[in-house]
Design a protein around this ligand. Structure first.
Ligand SMILES: Cc1cc2nc3c(=O)[nH]c(=O)nc-3n(C[C@H](O)[C@H](O)[C@H](O)COP(=O)(O)OP(=O)(O)OC[C@H]3O[C@@H](n4cnc5c(N)ncnc54)[C@H](O)[C@@H]3O)c2cc1C
Length: 48
């Protein structure tokens, strides 16, 4: 597969999961995050 340069906006769980998956496929991925620092938001993982 051709290596693409990919930009992902947002280092949330979705952006980071996509970045990991795309890097495993050999893509050149850069994640851009607007927040000045990382911080915990929720309390615990849940599923319904
Ligand atoms: C108050 C609160 C509490 C929660 N508690 C829980 C919990 O206890 N358990 C649970 O399972 N889920 C919880 N959730 C839900 C969970 O946070 C979301 O489902 C999950 O974070 C969504 O992931 P995401 O990657 O789609 O988006 P997000 O986590 O929102 O990530 C998006 C990222 O993109 C960045 N961004 C946005 N626009 C730009 C831009 N233009 N350029 C660069 N970066 C950008 C944002 O700063 C953010 O970091 C909670 C949500 C909230 C709001």
């Amino acid at each position: 597969m051709t290596s693409l340069k990919i930009g992902i906006n947002g280092a949330g769980i979705g952006g980071l999961a996509a970045a990991i998956a795309l890097r495993k496929l050999g893509m050149d991925v850069t994640v851009y995050e607007q927040a000045p620092r990382f911080a915990r938001v929720g309390a615990a993982p849940t599923s319904t």
